[in-house]
Design a protein around this ligand. Structure first.
Ligand SMILES: [Mn+2]
Length: 263
């Protein structure tokens, strides 16, 4: 039997909700220690912003990564890039006239407390997160876009380019990166799906970033499972925790990820 593979969408500072979800899935014990045995777990990015405790969410994921000796992994979301850009460039202008990197981050739900508490070590960890990953037949991405193709022709290239830009890129390069990582709703196009899978591999795409509630016109609390579309080749798992969703964990190694709205 292959190891079970779990995935969780955008956490957005809701650390304690994440703990509850992982406990219910049998991946954490009562003292919040990793209890997933041989299971693998992917966070799809956007640990920060909009919710109360981005740093707490980040530190939980970093600890679980250590305790699980790498079975817990995290993708880079646009909000990880946003907070690093705000930290590096602050009041410098972005490509939006009159908006600084700090402004853009705050407009996207940035919390002063998270930025103030962010350490060099945490920044270093974030800059090494991959924007995409493969797990069995799945290609995992944060955002529902093929713009990742602008960053490279392999997962390694994209990860390298993103890390370089976040660590040493100038403001213009980071601004371009933020545009790519924040792009959305491009995967209704079969050509975009084909291009992503053809370049980075995999048979199906799983993403977060665009709340299912907004796509299907539901209340966040009524979204209880993934939303599959694109002839079953694309799965959205953004449970919209920041707007009151109860959240869910999906199993990627099972045909059915659980109850929820379907395309
Ligand atoms: Mn996002």
């Amino acid at each position: 039997m292959p190891a079970p593979v779990f995935a969780v969408g955008d956490v957005h500072g809701h650390r304690d909700v994440l703990v509850g979800l992982l406990r219910d899935a049998g991946l954490l014990d009562a003292s919040e220690r990793w209890s997933g045995a041989e299971a693998r777990l992917w966070l799809l990015g956007d640990l920060f912003d909009r919710g109360p405790d981005g740093i707490g969410a980040l530190e939980l994921v970093r600890r679980l990564e250590r305790e699980s000796t790498g079975a817990v992994r995290c993708l880079l979301g646009n909000h990880e890039a946003l907070i690093l850009a705000a930290r590096r460039f602050g009041d410098e202008d972005t490509g939006f006239t009159g908006q600084s990197f700090l402004d853009v981050w705050k407009l996207n739900g940035g919390l002063d407390a998270d930025l103030a508490a962010l350490t060099d070590e945490q920044v270093g960890w974030i800059t090494h997160l991959p924007p995409l990953a493969r797990e069995g037949d799945w290609l995992l991405v944060h955002a529902d876009t093929d713009a990742y193709l602008d960053l490279g022709g392999s997962i390694e290239e994209v990860t390298h380019e993103t890390g370089r830009a976040l660590r040493v890129g100038d403001a213009a390069r980071v601004d371009t990166l933020l545009g790519i990582l924040s792009d959305r709703q491009r995967l209704d196009e079969m050509g975009a799906v084909d291009a992503l899978l053809g370049t980075f591999g995999g048979m199906r795409i799983v993403h977060g970033h665009t709340p299912i509630a907004s796509v299907v016109g539901a209340e966040p609390r009524d979204v209880t499972g993934p939303f599959d579309y694109g002839a079953g080749r694309v799965r959205n798992i953004d449970h919209c925790l920041f707007a009151g969703g109860n959240g869910f964990v999906v199993r990627l190694d099972e045909a059915d990820g659980g109850p929820g709205p379907r395309a």
